[in-house]
Design a protein around this ligand. Structure first.
Ligand code: GAL
Length: 392
């Protein structure tokens, strides 16, 4: 428990006892090892009875720090969470940092100076916030890591995210199924990509997919003509795309096509960890003359961004792993209300997310695979998009 919660909990320990604060931590899904280095074993473990209930002081003001407006999903995240907290009568400060780490640190410092009680942080670089979060702790500010784990500091109290490893396994499983790798001869040409090296999520996305695909690579059913197939999960950053930039992914894909596919060889499948990269990769495939429905490769993604869903409907992307960001905002708002009420904050994973200093109590939500046939049912049916948004 961070020093902030210790101070606050001490102040509310009596209250917590009065409300019978009982550790409500449940770790139904806690993996016993870091899944980025090996597939997690299924275990359950009794909640740590020694953990004092985490309680909050009088919470009236929340700072929300989002990485950038450039990528569609973060705009949704920020707007939804802000509206939830405002509806709950809280003051909010929603800031976007243009994917600039120093800007985000300054924004966090300003929020602390302005007296926020809670910081909700979707970090740009999860390793860069130690000093400013020490200032947060010194000012009794409770810190919730949003979507991306913050590393290297004890001053992160909770983490709310989707199951990042599952995102990757969905992508890997989709490829195995579509290529029928258990029965087909192969070999199939695979070009893998990974996310931004400063984003803690990226290693989980990659590990989830690579744990599924590696056996087929080892038996030669999947080959990588560019040679850019990491030897292990630990080497994922070697194919990372800084800042998740579409244009960087596009030029990387163009380079691979020009250098390794000029002799008529075709790409059969591209592992893209998210939609912003998939968008750039699709543009490179377009430019190289690939045709949807003919020789367009399997192309994975994540986030169900609008442009990518339109590409899925047009046959230029095969799938996206959808994370209903409304649920993530709802979960964080619930955490804040539980803190404000002096209740135990509900989590469902107390083992996976070790940030190098502590295992951060986490709540993992379930992602969902979306393909062309299920876009309407899942994305329009849930009102994430309107039919008009998608030309349906
Ligand atoms: C990740 C996030 C993904 C992905 C990427 C780019 O941390 O979990 O949804 O889109 O950032 O924003």
């Amino acid at each position: 428990m961070s020093s902030t919660l210790k101070k606050v909990a001490a102040g509310f320990a009596t209250a917590a006892l009065l409300v019978g604060g009982v550790a409500a931590c449940s770790s139904e899904r806690g993996g016993t090892t870091d899944p980025t280095t090996s597939a997690p074993e299924e275990t359950t473990s009794a909640p740590d009875e020694t953990e004092e209930p985490a309680t909050g002081a009088d919470i009236t003001s929340v700072g929300i720090a989002m990485p950038t407006k450039e990528l569609e999903r973060w705009n949704r995240d920020g707007a939804h969470l802000e509206s939830l907290l405002k509806d709950a009568g809280l003051e909010t400060s929603l800031q976007y940092a243009e994917n600039k780490v120093d800007m985000q640190i300054t924004q966090l410092q300003n929020m602390i100076n302005d007296g926020v009680d809670v910081l909700v942080v979707a970090s740009i670089d999860g390793t860069a916030l130690g000093p400013v979060l020490q200032t947060a702790a010194d000012n009794d500010v409770i810190v919730i890591a949003y979507d991306r784990l913050i590393n290297g500091t004890e001053n992160v109290d909770y983490y709310a995210t989707f199951d990042n490893y599952r995102v990757g396994t969905f992508q890997g499983e989709y490829i195995v199924e579509q290529l029928d790798l258990d029965n087909a001869e192969g070999p199939f040409n695979l070009e893998p990509f990974a996310g931004s090296p400063d984003d803690n999520n990226a290693k989980f996305f990659f590990a989830g997919a690579w744990d599924v695909l590696k056996p087929y690579i080892d038996e030669g059913k999947l080959v990588t003509p560019s040679g850019k197939a990491p030897a292990s999960n630990d080497d994922w950053a070697s194919i990372g795309i800084q800042g998740w930039k579409s244009e960087t992914a596009q030029s990387e894909m163009q380079n691979r096509l020009n250098s390794f596919y000029a002799g008529g060889e075709k790409v059969d499948v591209v592992l893209s960890p998210n939609d912003s990269l998939a968008l750039g990769i699709a543009q490179a495939l377009d430019a190289a003359g690939y045709t949807p429905g003919e020789d367009w490769p399997i192309l994975t993604g994540q986030d169900a961004d609008q442009a990518n869903v339109l590409n899925i409907l047009a046959g230029k992307q095969s799938m996206s792993v959808w994370k209903d960001t409304r649920q993530l905002g709802d979960r964080v708002a619930t955490m804040i209300s539980q803190l404000a009420a002096g209740e135990e904050v509900e989590v469902n994973d107390t083992e996976t997310y070790d940030n190098g200093v502590k295992v951060v109590p986490s709540y993992l939500l379930d992602p969902t695979v979306v393909v062309a046939d299920t876009v309407e049912e899942i994305l329009v049916g849930s009102e994430f998009y309107s039919a008009e948004d998608l030309g349906l």
